[in-house]
Design a protein around this ligand. Sequence first.
Ligand SMILES: [Zn+2]
Length: 252
Amino acid sequence: MRINTIHNNQLIFLGTAGGRFTVFNQLRKSGGIWFKLNDKLFAIDPGPGALVESIKHKLLPNQLSGIFLSHRHLDHSADINSVIESMTEGGHKKRGVVIAPQDATETDPVILRYNRKNYDLINTKEFSSYNLDGIKIETQCRHRHTVETYGGIFAEKFAYIPDTSYFEELPVLYKADIVIANVVFCHKKAGFKHMNSDDIYRFLDVYKPKKFIITHFGLSFLKEKPWEIAKEISDKTGCDVTAAYDGMVIDL
Ligand SMILES: [Zn+2]
């Protein structure tokens, strides 16, 4: 497999796995979404393998300006301590900002306490704006998921909709040229607080971004070939819908 890296004003998917089976059997990678803007490097949801994947793709965590964690589930957070340790050079350098929900840092901490003095920690709030080394992140409302979860609009360039059940405000809240959504299921599965491909139609009915990217695929979605589903939705809606793959690079 060709190893991509990114330049300024680009974003890379270091993983596109979602759901326990896909992530914890590594049917797809789960290193999160990393991007570079204003020559600054940022990471979103560094799940299992994020440290290895980032270095493999020549993205050095010791150059990170910040990390955004949407929620504490392990498929999003498992490598966050390793990435923080690398960002701060094992604690030798105070560096970077971590934005994470309170229940990921206090209630059931997935972010260890011992090295918190080495970086700035901010607990995410609804409808708030944060400045990470010159990059604006605007959070939206708390998601309908099983733990405290927030997404955001990053530098007015792209929106990231992490895990949630669909709700009708989503296309109103997450307006950006590029929208990235975690769509675990192809078909609706009762009892799970995740989106499915029908929800993409509901979203695009209200708001069509220039590019809509689906990612975070569970096993049942992978079996349906996400790239074929994305093409079908594109054909039916006239919106550019792309299924992310590991190592996919997007210009911002
Ligand atoms: Zn989750």
